[in-house]
Design a protein around this ligand. Structure first.
Ligand code: XMP
Ligand code: MG
Length: 179
């Protein structure tokens, strides 16, 4: 285990098994219909690539980089898009792939935007969710794991840009924040 990690929440094997379960559910639900996987950079990349390989349907890849800025205490704020999708989403079935849903603010802005652009459907897949932190309800169709309010890293998730390459999901030691 990495020296900065206090506790492993989900091992590589546990993640793999859960991702396969989500992939089976997605395969069943889309029933051979094409789906555009929209990955939210950068945290969702690891989940995205593993999930995509478990889906048996015609899949397209696209990516977006965005974040929400508010005052941190309310569900207001707006969406800042740093990199937009390349796809014309009109008439397409979209599956937004996110690493973690925390307050829900980011996706509460993104989903209506994609609907306004004319997507036929917009569903959400997230590896992790922190329900106790939610400020805005977002309808998540595929949820990997619910976790308590702890800052987690690994399997795509970072602290200060690091730890994304860890194959498991763990809680950071406090002294890493304080340093
Ligand atoms: P919302 O809008 O749902 O934002 O509050 C979700 C985004 O917040 C980031 N986030 C985390 N990133 N470990 C991380 O590495 C965490 O524990 C964590 N909690 C929230 C993340 O960028 C996510 O997309
Ligand atoms: Mg993110």
């Amino acid at each position: 285990m990495h020296q900065d990690i206090k506790e492993i929440l989900f091992t590589e094997a546990q993640i793999k098994q859960r991702v396969q379960e989500l992939g089976r559910a997605i395969t069943r639900d889309y029933a051979g219909k094409p789906v555009v996987l929209c990955g939210i950079l950068k945290g969702a990349v690891t989940f995205f690539t593993d999930l995509a390989r478990t889906i048996e349907a015609p899949v397209q890849f696209d990516f977006m980089s965005c974040s929400s800025y508010g005052d941190g205490t309310t569900s207001s704020g707006s969406l800042t898009i740093r990199k937009d999708l390349d796809t014309d989403v009109r008439g397409k079935d979209l599956l937004v792939v996110e690493d973690i849903i925390d307050t829900g603010v980011t996706l509460s802005h993104l989903v209506p935007l994609l609907q306004e652009r004319g997507a036929r459907s917009v569903k959400l897949a997230t590896l992790l969710s922190k329900p106790s932190r939610r400020q805005v309800e977002v309808p998540v169709t595929y949820n990997g794991f619910e976790i308590p309010d702890a800052f987690v890293v690994g399997y795509g998730l970072d602290y200060a840009g690091l730890y994304r390459n860890l194959p498991y999901i763990g809680v950071l030691k406090e002294n890493v924040y304080q340093a």
